[in-house]
Design a protein around this ligand. Sequence first.
Ligand code: ZN
Ligand code: ZN
Length: 151
Amino acid sequence: MEQAGLSYEAATPYPWGMKAHCLCGNLSADIADDAQAMTVLCHCKDCQRRSGSPFGTVAYFPAEAVTLSGEAREYTRTTDSGAHFTNGFCPQCGSTLYAKAEKYPGILGITVGAMADPAFPPPARSVYEQSRHHWVILPDTMPRHPRGRDS
Ligand SMILES: [Zn+2]
Ligand SMILES: [Zn+2]
């Protein structure tokens, strides 16, 4: 299935309720039961700084499957391909909750950490391995890319 240019071939059905919220709980996301996640793990330095963690992991859903509640602020950066990428975060506690890429307006990303669910399906791919912290070891079955998914 191809939606707004993103491939959902590796999507994993997730038949139980998906919810995400920031650390203080003021900003949250409810995700439709039948929505399928296409999750990307990114080791780029921007994701490292944005998340405060050695990598960022975002699950992308059709935007209409996600309902956001609460106040958010947004920060938009330019990626190294020149596209704009926006993160939404809670102005109270600073947790990043969502992400959207200018070139995929029909898709909304939710940070996997904000779901705080250890059973959430693994990422479909790992990108920007060129700046992967050396001790981060991923399953051999996960597709890996030195930069973006076309690299
Ligand atoms: Zn918060
Ligand atoms: Zn990144």
